[in-house]
Design a protein around this ligand. Structure first.
Ligand code: UN1
Length: 495
């Protein structure tokens, strides 16, 4: 019998109002069930929002440095439990153990970094246009924050959202992805152990349409912070517009690596392997298009294929594994449909392109690391986010063509260039339409204290991480204090 997990609403662990549940399965081994989780609906969401709303009044009055102390303690607990959390994460969503350890580290880093905001949360003072009048700005919390998070970073992304929301004085309802709900349970438990008062963070499990949508629509939720696909993000934004609700969206990517003919090719190949096949290609920052100078494209593609073929597929808990499974059956089929599409479009499959069912891989959802050559920018495999271990190699005549091809994308999250020429590097930094840019490093691995996000259909102008994230989770209040003792009219009494 699988362990039964619950929602966390108003300080209590409870089942879904409708009593139903869904299973959480290890994608590397379908027989390994991590637990059953409540399949919540609007009734559970309503209760969670009501609790979050009720506790906002007291939570916002706790001084921010005190709120931050809870986060510092949570960071310590995350650090202490790093190994155990990482093991569970690998079982829950498949990424190889060293990446899970990295993600726990990222969650801890973000928690500490944002805890520091408790003693900053800076406003400004500025001169007034009138004498004996003081002007300043302060940040205030928004109220109830709805956080909707994906399965690919099931601990780090919830901390990206909860830490800044909480330090700013908001209360939260978290709806984690149904493919990785256990990490969210652990995070809430850690926050409670660290001293978070009951009702401040609420957790509602379930599916997007059943539990996510009511949260998005709820009139008492002031902000939705969403990470997921561009398609769902659009629905979220439309629903938020109906309520004049603030919405922060982090969506897809089709992240390019530009490889120039003067690049260190070994380094570039390593970067493409890490960016393309790390987390089985299931990062929004994954490198999925490699735009290579025609003079070195053959050499590059051959080396890339040799390395991709050498990657060992398997259970991420085994030290011998380089690449883990994809998240579920539907995703496995989706990835495979892109292979078929690529072939139909005339691209050349250089390796991979198949579902692997041999040996231990038969128990899970494994896809062979795949490389397509002879790809051109207009092909759908060069345009659409596959979210799997599939890399497309395109040949370009030079830097200008590479920049133009890279920018031919509906997304604009991350990009990289490999070159030894400083001018080419700077021209690319300037010319590429992305929110994140790497030089001589791959497209993945953003650090928590820099802003994370992208342009075009990747986002809607907000950033996570960095000090910039505080803009999402706070409102500005402009404050005027007139100590002249008389009526002074702005714009009129120009003495
Ligand atoms: C994501 O894939 O949604 O930059 C987040 C990176 C990680 C975060 C990725 N730090 O690859």
């Amino acid at each position: 019998m699988a362990e039964r997990f619950q929602n966390f609403i108003d300080g209590k662990w409870v089942d879904a109002a409708n009593g139903t549940a869904f299973d959480n399965i290890n994608p590397a081994n379908k027989t390994d069930v991590l637990g059953s989780f409540p399949r919540s609906d609007h009734r559970d969401v309503d209760r969670a929002v009501e609790a979050a709303k009720a506790h906002f009044a007291t939570w916002r009055r706790i001084p921010a440095p005190r709120r931050a102390e809870i986060l510092f303690r949570a960071g310590e607990i995350i650090g202490r439990r790093k190994e155990e959390l990482a093991h569970l994460m690998t079982r829950e969503m498949g990424k190889v153990l060293k990446e899970s350890l990295g993600e726990v580290q990222e969650a801890m880093d973000m928690t500490y970094y944002i805890a520091g905001e408790g003693r900053r949360l800076w406003g400004e003072t500025t001169p007034s246009e009138l004498p004996d009048k003081f002007a300043m700005t302060v940040r205030v919390p928004l109220g109830v924050v709805g956080a909707i998070t994906p399965w690919n970073f099931p601990l780090a992304i919830p901390t990206w959202k909860l830490a800044p929301a909480l330090v700013a004085g908001n209360t939260v309802v978290l709806k984690p992805a149904e493919d990785a709900p256990l990490m969210a349970v652990r995070l809430v438990e850690i926050l409670l152990e660290a001293g978070l008062p009951p009702g401040v963070a609420n957790l509602v499990h379930g599916y997007g349409e059943e539990a996510g949508a009511p949260l998005v629509r709820h009139p008492d939720v002031s902000l939705i912070s969403f990470t997921g696909s561009a398609e769902v993000g659009r629905e979220v934004a439309i629903a938020c517009a109906a309520e004049h609700k603030r919405v922060s969206l982090e969506m897809g990517g089709k992240n390019p690596i530009l490889v120039m003919d003067d690049a260190d090719l070994d380094l570039a190949v390593e970067g493409a392997i890490w960016g393309g096949f790390g987390t089985s290609g299931q990062r929004c920052t994954a490198a999925s298009r490699i735009l290579v100078h025609k003079r070195v494209v053959k050499e590059f593609a051959d080396r890339l294929v040799t390395k991709a073929q050498a990657l060992r597929l398997g259970d991420g808990l085994l030290p011998t594994t380089d690449v883990g499974p994809v998240i579920n059956e539907a995703q496995l089929k989706r990835v495979h449909s892109y292979t078929k599409l690529g072939l139909k479009e005339g691209a050349r499959l250089m390796c991979g392109g198949e579902i692997i069912k041999e040996g231990d891989c038969r128990k899970g959802f494994f896809y062979a690391p795949s490389v397509f050559g002879d790809v051109v920018p207009k092909m759908r495999i060069a345009q659409e986010e596959i979210f799997g271990p599939v890399v497309a190699v395109l040949s370009v005549a030079g830097l200008d063509e590479a920049i133009e091809a890279a920018n031919t994308s509906r997304y604009g999250l991350s990009a990289a260039i490999y070159t030894r020429d400083i001018s080419k590097a700077f021209r690319t930094i300037d010319g590429l339409g992305t929110g994140i840019m790497y030089v001589n490093a791959s497209t993945i691995g953003a650090e928590v204290h820099l802003p994370f996000g992208g342009i075009r259909q990747t986002g809607n102008g907000h950033r996570e991480g960095g000090r910039q994230v505080m803009e999402v989770f706070t409102e500005w209040k402009a404050v005027y204090i007139d100590y002249s003792g008389k009526l002074q009219r702005a714009q009129i009494d120009m003495s």
